[in-house]
Ligand binder design. Structure first.
Ligand code: 1YM
Length: 619
């Protein structure tokens, strides 16, 4: 409930809670350095800061040390007993007791007033009292060691890559902060410090995603002393990317679901750019421009600091304070419009980009509407000619096989279960959707056939309620061409029909590569390894058995009955479901843009970095 589950994201959330308390201390000007160590076991972590140290004196009402109260009482964070201890931001501290309760072991060490104090806990309960372990201590600070509870979490192995990325982001959002990270398992050490703050962060994001900006200097705003003591940092740059990428934070903590600060920013962008275009007569007549057109290609960061943020959901993914929308919007709107007026070449470049987005949207909308499948009553009216549809009209029972090539399509049509299995053969070239606009995508016959068959629309018009098949199965040859087509189709689905993947409707079929006949028995092997395993088993049973081996050149060579027995029949086949685990969303996005994007050097880099993992290269 407090950390958003017991999976990998929940596990890492424990660390963010501890780190955020240390970062808070830095944001408030009391700490400058944070040390994070991932220990050799990969399952325990120490976080140290050089701030004031969590208070160790007796708590005024509870009569036990404040440190113990903080680590054992839910909600005993910055807000408890505001007269005594409140972080000047009043931001955090609530998480420490949650981390403690969910850890097999936690040790808190505090340096304060010339002494060092220590207290140990197991599963949230103190196993020692707070003890003074030295009285000649220099400096101040807090150190928390914790080992998450293996009985609670599905996995307790931390991911060094996720940790490194999150820590580095903290240093972009707090320019003065230094964070050192050591991975004891590998001996790797990193030092993060980004004086350039969010400007440097934006440049990093743009470079990392290999996005081409349409103007040089980004818009940067640091607005102090807004209403209610809030302050905000914003930076924006428009690019050629067909997407809008906003990264929003509250007090340096990511809000991946946005919220009122992000809405305020979006409103400001819309009114400032529209007003600039109006004033300078840059709006073409008869072209309707939407807020989405104005934000297309924008890469932006917004970091809001405020005293009492209210979040929706326990894991603080979305900011909920209604007053913030107007505060952020009016702070940004005026400044952004002034920026555009002072930098007319930038303003004009952005205006051109907006017009381009609006024109492309009108063109794609027309194209997307053309291929939308008709409603269920007339659903057979607008189907691609090559589709062999199934009899059932119940999506839950229906499956669509997207098959490479007409000859394999023919075998599949004969081997399928007519009632529930539909076959769509692909013949022509599948377009790389990563490098194309929606209009281009819809002009590609193969992809528009897929969209038409699925019936649920595409892009912002996608409606899963209209999806005709609840299993969409890619069936390709088990060779490099087959893999290539699968990759292109997955890229398309990821970019234009992502909810299909997110809801678990997309699968990959696994046709066998070998048929093995021995002692009147038939076996199917998926790959070389599978083949070796099966043949070894046969020989173990009887050394002299005659073994016949057949390698399929492609699905087209397979008899319809064979295809049915090995790949189509729900009772016998093995399908791979395509998923994007939460913890891998970012890496998935990066991999697709590097591997499938326009920039050939990014692809080269990806291949060189991953060459060790490739067993079977076909060039
Ligand atoms: C490695 C984790 O928790 N540092 C930390 C936490 C606190 C303070 C300093 C602190 C805050 C205040 C006064 C204050 C916390 N204090 C509280 C509480 N690092 C880490 N460093 N003195 C010290 O807010 O006034 C909660 S967290 F509740 F005491 F205020």
């Amino acid at each position: 409930m407090y950390i958003g589950g017991t999976g990998k994201p929940g596990l890492h959330h424990l660390l963010w809670e501890v780190v955020d308390n240390a970062v808070d201390e830095a944001t408030n000007g009391y700490a400058s350095h944070i040390d994070v160590i991932l220990h050799k076991d990969g399952r325990s972590i120490t976080v140290t800061d050089n701030g004031r140290g969590i208070p160790v004196d007796k708590h005024p009402t509870k009569k036990i040390p404040t440190l113990e109260v903080i680590l054992t009482t839910l909600h005993a964070g910055g807000k408890f007993d505001s007269s005594n201890y409140i972080t000047s931001g009043g931001l955090h501290g609530v998480g420490a007791s949650v981390v403690n309760a969910l850890s097999e072991e936690l040790v808190a060490t505090v340096k304060r007033d010339g002494a060092t104090w220590e207290q140990r806990f197991e599963r949230g309960k103190p196993v020692t009292t707070l003890k003074k372990i030295s009285s000649s201590t220099r400096g101040t600070g807090t150190c928390i060691f914790f080992r998450p509870d293996a009985d609670i979490f599905e996995t307790v192995d931390f991911d060094a890559g996720i940790i490194a990325e999150n820590l580095e982001t903290k240093t972009y959002l707090n320019g003065a902060l230094r964070i050192a990270f050591k991975n004891e398992a590998t001996g790797e050490k990193y030092e993060y410090h980004h004086e350039g703050g969010i400007e440097e962060f934006l440049a990093h994001k743009v470079a990392e995603a290999r996005i081409r900006p349409v103007h040089l200097d980004p818009f940067v705003l640091r607005q102090e002393a807004m209403q209610d003591g809030a302050r905000v940092e914003v930076t924006l740059q428009w690019s050629e990317s067909p997407r809008e990428t906003l990264h929003s934070y509250v007090n340096g903590i990511p809000t991946p679901d946005g919220g009122t600060h992000e809405q305020g920013l979006k409103n400001a962008i819309r009114s400032a750019v529209r007003s600039y275009m109006d004033t300078h007569d840059l709006l073409p007549k008869k072209l309707e421009i939407s807020a989405e057109d104005i934000r297309e290609g924008v890469v932006g960061i917004v970091n809001l600091f405020m005293v009492d943020p209210q979040f929706q959901g326990q894991t603080k993914e979305k900011l909920n304070n209604p007053e913030i929308k107007g505060i952020v919007s009016s702070a940004v709107r005026l400044e952004l419009e002034q920026f555009l007026n002072r930098h007319p070449s930038t303003g004009d470049a952005i205006a051109t980009r907006v017009v381009q987005a609006a024109k492309a949207r009108h063109a794609s909308r027309a194209a997307a509407t053309k291929v939308r499948r008709k409603t269920s009553v007339s659903h057979r009216l607008n189907l691609p000619g090559k589709l062999a549809d199934c009899a059932s009209t119940t999506p839950e029972d229906s499956e669509l096989f997207i098959v490479e090539g007409d000859s394999a399509g023919g075998s599949a049509k004969q081997g399928r279960e007519r009632a529930t299995q539909a076959i769509l053969p692909l013949r022509g070239k599948v377009l790389n959707a990563e490098q194309a606009t929606l209009k281009k995508v819809m002009d590609n016959k193969e992809l528009s056939n897929v969209v038409q068959a699925l019936g649920c629309g595409i892009g912002d018009q996608l409606d899963l309620g209209k999806l005709r098949y609840h299993k969409v199965i890619l069936l390709m040859d088990a060779d490099s061409d087959g893999h290539h087509i699968s990759t292109l189709l997955l890229t398309f689905l990821y970019r234009y029909m992502k909810p299909l993947i997110e809801e678990g409707f997309v699968f990959i079929a696994q046709p066998p590569l070998y048929r093995i006949d021995a002692a009147k028995q038939t076996y199917w092997a998926l790959d070389d390894e599978d083949r070796e395993r099966i043949m070894a088993e046969i020989r173990k049973r009887n050394k002299s058995t005659k073994i016949e081996l057949q390698r399929f050149k492609g699905l087209g060579e397979m008899m319809p009955q064979t295809l049915k027995d090995t790949t189509l029949d729900p009772e016998k086949r093995r399908l791979l479901q395509v998923t994007i685990p939460d913890a891998e969303r970012l890496i998935t996005e990066q991999t697709i843009s590097q591997l499938m994007g326009k920039d050939a050097s990014a692809r080269f880099e990806f291949i060189m970095n991953n060459v060790d993992e490739v067993e079977d290269l076909d060039v």
